[in-house]
Design a protein around this ligand. Sequence first.
Ligand SMILES: NC(=O)c1ccc[n+]([C@@H]2O[C@H](COP(=O)([O-])OP(=O)(O)OC[C@H]3O[C@@H](n4cnc5c(N)ncnc54)[C@H](OP(=O)(O)O)[C@@H]3O)[C@@H](O)[C@H]2O)c1
Length: 276
Amino acid sequence: MLVWKSIRRTGAQLILINFTNLNSSHMKILVIGGTGLTGRLVTKKLANLGHQVIIGSPSHGVDLMTGEGLSQALENTEIVIDLSNSSSPEEENAIRFFQTAGKNLVKAELAANIRHHLVLSIVGTDDALEIGYLRAKKYQEDNIKNSGIPYTIIRSTQFYEHTDAIIAVQGRGDEVFVSKIDYQPIALEDVTDYIVQFALEEPKNGTVEIAGPTRANMDDFVAKYIEIAGKPIKVVSDEDSKYMHLVVPRSLLVPAEEYNAGKIHFEDWALSTLEN
Ligand SMILES: NC(=O)c1ccc[n+]([C@@H]2O[C@H](COP(=O)([O-])OP(=O)(O)OC[C@H]3O[C@@H](n4cnc5c(N)ncnc54)[C@H](OP(=O)(O)O)[C@@H]3O)[C@@H](O)[C@H]2O)c1
């Protein structure tokens, strides 16, 4: 609560002006994974809006695996945004992380009476549960759905910022093999805006999806990026439905139905990112 008082003299009269800004929209928010790729931007945006942001990560004394520092970080906290991630996407590691982290987090949040828990998940999580990382994310989602804590799950498509990783993983020499599966990535900046927007709204107690403004084949996105970057790499279009060497359903990486679209177009993002 910010209070300013000032006294002004008008002629012979003393007028007391008491501006009281009961800005209840400024809240205490815990961002788990606040040091990560997404968490850093979300933390910055919330702080710029005037919220009190606590960063929850091992380097800031909060460890979801052991529960260390959680109850202190949750004291008087109203909203929790979970942007944590396992140290690798490998099946056993991811499942262990999201199971243990989820249990510890829910227990601590119930004790702290948290008003809203928002978690960032991935589109298509139900559609390829044979992929260990998606099974781990599904566990993370179900854990919060069944907790009794008011929640919102955001399922996002892949980020534009992920394009270099596709080239690195699927590339061989001066060629990169990319399939023609449906792809609708989104800029991290748009993801950040949606996380902040939904976190500050009432809990949906359900799932919302977000995606970029354009759907095309994955090889077209990668070819455009390589063209703008001027990289000496040739895109070889693969007919099989593969992503990061895994065979996946053709529409796994795009929203299922209604979704919230990002504003930033891929080409504009690539031009501004690559020239900086
Ligand atoms: N990247 C994508 O394309 C994409 C798309 C859709 C959804 N998502 C989801 O978004 C989430 C965030 O992804 P990201 O790529 O932004 O994450 P990231 O860069 O890998 O960062 C992971 C964060 O988790 C924290 N963390 C790790 N172990 C922890 C622990 N034991 N306790 C508390 N915090 C811990 C890390 O803290 P330290 O820095 O201290 O290690 C770091 O802040 C993930 O769950 C991912 O599935 C990502």
